[in-house]
Every structure is written in C-alpha cells, then in structure tokens.
Design a protein around this ligand. Structure first.
Ligand code: UDP
Length: 355
C-alpha cells in the first residue's frame, strides 16, 4: 500500500483515478481547489476535510502546498497531478490564464515536492502535445510517442512545457516522472456514482447527452448539438478522435504509479493512453444512436479553432510495458455508462447528485 496524493482528484478524470487507486488498496489523499472539481465527488470517495483525506489547496498558493504535503505526517510515496485547465478553445482565447495556471501551478507543486522529498510524479499530459499528425511519423495514421511534438494550441503547449520541466527535474534531482498522454477521455464509472460535470460543457459526448436532455449552459442558452466542421481531411469530413473510457484511463494511472514507486530513478517516461481506434464525430453520433436507441439531432457548424483533423494513439508502448489494454472502451459502454450518469444529473437539475 502506498500513500498517494492526487492533485485535482475531485475532477472528472481525477475522481476516477482516486477510485481506481482505492480499489488497488492504496491510501489516497485528494488535493483540489474546487475551481473545477466537485466536493461531492471527493465525499462520495470517502475523502473529506473531517477525516483529513481532502486537502483544500491551490497550486498558485505555494504555502497551501507546503501544508498539504505534510498531511497525516507527510511522507507521500507519489503525487499524481491532474489539476489543469484543459479546454482547447478556451486556451486559444485566454493563453495567459492557461500558461499561469498549468505551468506556474505545476512548478509550485514540483518545488513543494522537492522540498518535502517526494520523488515520484505522474502527470496528466495530452495528445494535444503532438499537434497535427505528420504521416512521416505515424504508423497507419496512429501516433507513436516518438512523433514530433508541435502543439497547435496553448493548452497543448503548456502540457509539453511541463514534460520538459519534468525531464529537467528528473536529471537534476532524481525525480521519477511519467507523463501519460491522454487521448479523449469519455464515459464514467459503471456505478455512475462519479462522472463528468463541466460548466460550461464543451466535450463531445457529454455535450450530446446534455442536448438530448434539454440542459442549459450557465449563461442560460439551451444546449443544441453542432458538429464542428465537415471539411476536415477525413473520410466523412468530421474530426477523428480516439475515445478512451475513463475507467480504462484510470487503470493506466495505477499501473504507472505502482511501477514508478517500485522502480525509482527511472527519469521521465512518456506513454500514450488511447485505444488505437479512431471514431469520427459522425461515427460517435451513429454509435450513440444505436446504444441509446434514440435519434441525435444535430446541425453542421463551422470548424472550432485549434482542432486537428485526426488524433489516434499508437498505444503499443503502454500495452507492452504494463500489459494494459482497454476493457470498457466501446461507444456502447461509454454511452450506457454516461446515460445512467446523465439521468442522475438531469434529476438533480444538473447539480452533482446527492448520494
Ligand atoms: N465536437 C463537436 N461538437 C461539440 C463538441 C465537440 O463537433 O459540441 C468535436 C470537436 O470538434 C472534436 C471532437 O468533437 O473534433 C472532440 O472534441 P472534445 O471537445 O470532446 O475533445 P478534444 O478533442 O477537444 O479534446
């Protein structure tokens, strides 16, 4: 059993990582500032201020990190860092906010870890570090980790800069770091006790569900589903992405952090976490229609700035090193899991459901 701090553990992916770590019998603490995370998510996972498993701190306030790393006598075996701003479109409009939040925040966290002797770091990186795939470096269109990293939006650039930072810290002070380059996380835990709730919502699958259930955005507009562009260089003209079930993604974190705790001094490892199978937006829509037995109305809209045509992982490295493979990743599982979660949300007026 290891003592692990999950930064951003009350967020969408973070809460699924916390659940997976708990199931693997680790002692898990959540650190969150609740700007995007949900107190209720932490509570349902048994992490509260009262029992000391929930630490309310802000990556932009170094003092609060110093206190957090001393929680319950300190001595964390690892930190898993998922607290970031992560919307491509927003990053194009507010680059300074992205650079400050993502890079300065991580810098502060690493400084505090260095000071407290925590030497294992698992980082939520992204496929957005690659930019537009270059066919000279892809395998059948799939992106291996050796593909050049030329992000085309500020979000991807902040994550890439952090990977460099990790490499330098690994060399300088023996940090063992792993960057997991996520492709498109989707779905939720099969129990639907935790799930995805963004305000506003912008991600494809929850957006479709919100539109189907008549959800409104925080500014009062009714969600109406639009496909962002049908003139991309793909067979049906809509963007292709590699959707990975969040529970499969969470399991990858458990494997990586356990390996890194056991084998210190490995420096920086980088892994794609995706399935190797891409779906166009239209294919997702059709797949969800079949799974849900409902028609999904849509309008064809303009391109969204910052979107590459196609992002599909070559996941061979993580499969070879960890024996990891996706188990719940199908549009069918994703749709049915998110259906349960959406019905709970809708029944609670789009607030986090009381459990
Ligand atoms: N997308 C869309 N309509 C929406 C939301 C997303 O057509 O309302 C498209 C988007 O352009 C991209 C894909 O769906 O091609 C996945 O977008 P998402 O925001 O879910 O994830 P991203 O790829 O930006 O991380």
């Amino acid at each position: 059993m290891s003592k692990i701090l999950v930064v951003g553990g009350a967020g969408y992916i973070g809460s699924h990582v916390v659940k997976a770590l708990q199931e693997a019998k680790h002692e898990v603490f959540i650190l969150d500032n609740f700007c995007l995370g949900h107190r209720e998510a932490a509570a349902v996972l048994g992490c509260t201020l009262d029992n000391g498993k929930l630490l309310e701190a802000d990556l932009l306030k170094p003092d609060s990190l110093d206190t957090a790393l001393q929680a319950d006598g300190g001595g964390f075996d690892a930190v898993i860092h998922l607290a970031a701003l992560s919307q491509v479109g927003e990053s194009m409009q507010q680059p300074l906010m992205y650079y400050e939040n993502n890079i300065t925040g991580t810098l502060n966290l690493l400084k505090a870890m260095h000071q407290h002797g925590v030497k294992t770091f698992l980082f939520s990186s992204t496929a957005a570090t690659y930019g537009n795939p270059n066919s000279s470096f892809t395998n059948d269109g799939k992106i291996p980790e050796s593909h050049p990293t030329e992000p085309i939006n500020p979000y991807g650039r902040t994550k890439l800069a952090i990977e460099w930072l990790l490499k330098d810290c690994a060399k300088a002070w023996g940090l063992t770091a792993t960057a997991l380059r996520y492709f498109n996380a989707a779905g939720n835990d099969a129990t639907a006790i935790i799930g995805e709730l963004h305000r506003p919502e912008s991600h494809l699958i929850p957006y479709i569900m919100g539109a189907l259930y008549g959800r409104h955005q925080p500014d009062g507009t009714l969600m109406q589903f639009k496909i962002f562009g049908d003139d991309y260089a793909t067979p049906d003209g809509t963007c292709i992405r590699d959707y990975i079930h969040v529970s499969d993604l969470a399991r990858a974190h458990v494997l990586a952090v356990e390996r890194d705790i056991a084998e210190a001094g490995k420096q920086l490892s980088v892994y794609n976490v995706g399935t190797g199978r891409g779906f166009s937006v239209l294919e997702v829509v059709k797949g969800m229609e079949v799974a849900l037995g409902r028609e999904i109305p849509y309008e064809m809209g303009d391109r969204r700035a910052g979107d590459p045509d196609m992002l599909v992982a070559d996941p061979s490295r993580i499969m070879a090193d960890f024996g990891w493979k996706p188990e719940r990743t199908t549009i069918d599982y994703i749709s049915k899991d998110i259906l349960k979660w959406t019905e709970r949300l809708a029944a609670h007026s789009w607030n986090w459901p009381a459990n």
